[in-house]
Design a protein around this ligand. Structure first.
Ligand code: F6P
Length: 386
């Protein structure tokens, strides 16, 4: 197909399934980065702009601060200079926010109760800029919202990102590998101080309702106990593991706990509620509670560390830069092939795509019966359910 032209399916007098090619020339693509930032977002911005310009001669308009920019019509046309040198940078040059849902939009966050449906503004600005398509990079909230917006007539391709790795429809999101690297470094560092002081160290990592981050950095760092939301734990089981290690001469223990973990019959620990967000509950603080309980039960000195937003920052790993570039260029190809209302995804080692409705179904969680959990148990990891 010649450059710059999109394919369009036709279901009218030509009969169902007949494809008319070369219907509409694509010249202008909108781009936004939404949700919590993740290392690799800039690699996507660069990949989209370069692939659109190099391969199709199209221009890219970057919206500032995710859907807020789309609601307000704020952003800029991106040029070579804007994306030069950003591949290795963390964060996003476009800015982002994880608290601006256009359907529950808060104009002024000093008044979080004044909420309105701003989806009309979104459609208006999309058409005002004469956009032919929009590439939305984000987690399940951004992607689900993008799917809903497709019904307004916007032609959208989604790109999955998040350090939580919990987007349904893809085996991996970019940002996860960098977060795992950061969290594993933290486990390694806690190991030496735990061993020196003969302490129990509890490291709390992010991940919302999914345990991917805790599981991966916990196994990679040799954590003795890993607590994830998908496997509710019993305090007895955790303390028995620690005491058992002590009896065998291991006078320290490392516990990695996901922020969304909870005891059997217990509740998650909520840090705060954020109005206007796709997901209003922010988790955090379970490690403090757990450390206190462990110290009381075992009489062993226990400390906790909440790694927090360090996990979202910093230079993306080479793996994340590569995956982000794969996703970005595939998303541009999808735009020019007319594959709208779909999300680019990784299936095994292959780049594929799935309907944009998929990420909205439910987060992708760790299966307690998966090979990953069996592998961790095989090397002696306690999940608090033994
Ligand atoms: O989804 C990414 C994430 O970092 C989660 O792991 C975490 O629960 C949440 O965002 C934190 O959000 P905020 O930046 O609003 O504190």
């Amino acid at each position: 197909m010649p450059q710059g032209l999109a394919r369009k399916s036709c279901f009218s007098r030509f009969g169902r399934g007949v494809t008319l090619a070369l219907v509409k020339q694509i010249q202008r693509i909108g781009l936004l980065t939404g949700g919590g930032d993740a290392p690799g977002l800039n690699a996507v911005v660069r990949g989209v702009v370069k692939a659109a310009m190099n391969n199709y001669g199209a221009r890219v308009f970057g919206f500032y601060d995710a859907f807020r920019g789309l609601v307000r019509g704020e952003g800029k046309w991106l040029h070579w200079n804007d994306v030069s040198g950003i591949l290795t940078q963390g964060g996003t040059i476009l800015g982002t926010t994880n608290r601006d849902n256009p359907y529950l939009y808060v104009d002024d966050h000093r008044h979080p109760d004044r909420v309105r449906d701003a989806s009309g503004d979104v459609a208006r600005n999309y058409h005002k800029l004469k956009l032919d398509a929009l590439i939305a990079v984000g987690g399940d909230g951004t992607l689900q919202c993008s799917h809903t917006m497709s019904k307004l007539g916007l032609r959208i391709v989604g790109v999955p990102k998040t350090i939580d790795n919990d987007v349904r429809g893809t085996d991996l999101t970019f940002g996860f590998n960098t977060a795992v690297t950061t969290a594993t470094e933290a486990v390694d560092k806690l190991h030496t101080t735990a061993a020196s002081h003969h302490r129990v160290m509890v490291l709390e990592v992010m991940g919302r309702t999914a345990g991917w981050l805790a599981l991966t950095c916990g196994v990679a760092g040799g954590g003795d106990v890993i607590l994830i939301p998908e496997i509710p734990y019993r305090l007895d089981s955790v303390c028995n593991k620690i005491k058992d290690r002590h009896r065998r001469g291991k006078r320290f223990s490392i516990i990695v706990v996901a922020e969304g973990a909870r005891a059997v019959g217990g509740a998650v620990v909520v840090r705060e509620l954020v109005a206007g967000s796709f997901e209003q509950v922010r988790l955090g603080g379970i490690s403090a509670l757990l450390a206190k309980q462990i110290e009381e039960r075992t009489s062993l000195e226990t400390r906790y560390t909440i790694l927090g937003h360090l996990q979202r920052g910093g230079t993306p790993t080479p793996f994340d830069r590569y995956l982000a570039t794969q996703f970005a260029t595939a998303a541009v190809e999808m735009v020019f092939a007319g594959h709208f209302n779909r999300m680019v995804s990784l299936r095994g080692a292959k780049i594929a795509s799935v309907p944009l409705s998929i990420p909205g179904h439910a987060p992708r969680l760790v299966s307690p019966r998966s090979q990953a959990i069996r592998m961790a148990r095989s090397v002696g990891t306690c999940f608090g359910d033994e």
